[in-house]
Design a protein around this ligand. Structure first.
Ligand code: GUN
Ligand code: FE
Length: 449
């Protein structure tokens, strides 16, 4: 029978696909046909041998099918669950101080510069383009305390076609002049949310963003929890990144059982919350994460670069807490999610060095964290994260044999196996990501002007 729905197929791709599912960390689909509708959603997935029937059913010409080349496959776009867009200007430098000194010495002075919209435009354009090129189809961004510059980040993500959660940073408590009053922070957060929603960007949403408990008063935290609840919004912050920070929070909030308890009591732990780091969370705190549905963003590059700690990802997964990966630019010096995958594997191996019985993270699990895991952490797994009918087509076209590229796979031998996929992870880079799609639209390479 004819396609009895009104769905119009815009693109059909044929080749190998690799992704994660609920039950499999990595599933490889050989010779598969995938159709994308006009709205950028996956309309069907079928077997290559079934092409004629699929083309009749869905009303496309077999000659319109885009066949992937030798050595190519599609994988889901990667989800960076924690990145400071505003810190991109100094990434790769300033990694010689522990967190709290690092913030005061390097970070706050740079973030203060985002009052200047032309500086913001320059940095935000670069970070959006760079992360897209590296395969980040969804980014959960911290901007700065400046509402207008934060709105600009949303505008730029929309312009270049990146899916983004954008947060205007809130902080009313420190000894530096990079801060707001509690009232400014609350009023400007409301204005930021209102203005960003008014733009109706299809893939950009606001996220309520208290910087962390160290730099927010209790009243500000409460007000932000209420704003998030009233508007059903995402929430992001930092938690238990360093031992010193955990101690400071204990002093600032002596009536609370734990760092986690501080956020929970201020209604900031919900199933739309993502908290970065979590290196020093106790089992009891992880239980609270599971119960509330709050997620952790694992930022391994940052954790080692600032000598903050090592997250035990195995323990987090065993506690059934949602987990994604983050670059945490500029505490992490790389904007690449492939780097985050490698560092997640390395940091897990360090734990195995310390305890040979420790069950190391597998590369398949790390792949899952960067894609489906990230989508779960951001509460977007109904919409993105893998190749399922009804989800948006957020995808990377990967070629492991690009000329003069970093991966020496011989084209004649190419057959997508776990072994070949594994090889691409330590050795590949953005040269192997030949195309990037968000909601069916090609965003890399950028269309020529
Ligand atoms: N904790 C509070 N602010 C920050 C930040 O900007 N970067 C990191 N890594 N941790 C933080
Ligand atoms: Fe961070």
């Amino acid at each position: 029978s004819q396609n009895d729905t009104t769905i119009c197929i815009a693109h059909v791709y044929r080749g190998s696909f690799v992704h994660s599912t609920r039950s499999a960390a990595v599933e490889i689909l050989q010779d598969t046909v995938l159709g994308v509708d006009r709205a950028g959603k996956i309309a069907f997935i079928g077997d290559g041998s079934d092409l004629d029937r699929l083309s009749q059913k869905w009303g496309f010409k077999p000659s319109d099918v885009k066949q992937l080349g030798q050595c190519e496959f599609f994988m889901p776009g990667m989800v960076d669950t924690h990145i400071h867009a505003s810190q991109y200007s100094y990434s790769g430098t300033a990694l010689d101080l522990p967190l709290l000194q690092w913030l005061n010495t390097y970070t706050f002075p740079v973030e203060a510069r985002f009052k200047d919209l032309s500086f913001a435009m320059d940095v935000y354009t670069r970070v959006v383009k760079r992360t897209l090129k590296n395969g980040t189809t969804t980014a959960c961004y911290f901007a700065t305390i400046h509402t207008d510059a934060s709105l600009l980040l949303g505008q730029i993500a929309d312009k270049f076609g990146q899916r983004a959660l954008v947060g205007k940073v809130c902080m009313d408590h420190n000894n530096y002049n990079y801060k707001e009053t509690q009232m400014e922070s609350v009023e400007e957060t409301k204005r930021f949310i209102q203005e960003l929603l008014k733009k109706e960007y299809p893939h950009v949403r606001p996220v309520v963003t208290p910087r962390f408990a160290v730099s927010c008063s209790s009243d500000l935290l409460s007000a932000l929890g209420e704003i998030a609840r009233n508007n059903d919004l995402h929430i992001q912050s930092h938690i238990s990144e360093t031992k010193e920070e955990v101690e400071v929070v204990k002093e600032l909030f002596p009536d609370h059982k734990s760092y986690t308890d501080v956020y929970k009591k201020h209604h900031l732990l919900t199933n739309k919350t993502v908290m970065a780091h979590g290196c020093y969370l106790t089992d009891e705190e992880l239980k609270v994460f599971r119960e509330t549905g709050a997620a952790i963003s694992h930022c391994p590059n940052s954790n080692t670069s600032l000598c903050s700690g090592i997250l035990n990802t195995r323990k987090v997964l065993q506690n059934e807490v949602k987990l994604g990966l983050g670059t945490d630019v500029a505490g992490g010096y790389s904007p690449s999610m492939l780097d985050a995958i490698r560092r997640a594997l390395d940091s897990s191996k360090v734990l195995t060095i310390q305890d040979p019985n420790f069950q190391t993270l597998t590369f398949q699990e790390a792949f899952r964290l960067a894609t489906l895991g990230g989508s779960e952490a951001l509460g977007l797994d109904e919409q993105i994260g893998n190749f399922e009918v009804g989800k948006d087509f957020d995808a990377l076209r990967v070629n492991l044999c690009v000329p003069d590229g970093p991966v020496d796979v011989f084209p004649g031998d190419f057959y997508l196996s776990l072994c070949v996929l594994h090889r691409g992870i330590p050795t590949g880079d953005d040269r192997n990501i030949v195309e990037v799609y968000v909601a069916g639209r090609r965003v890399v390479p950028l269309p020529e002007k």
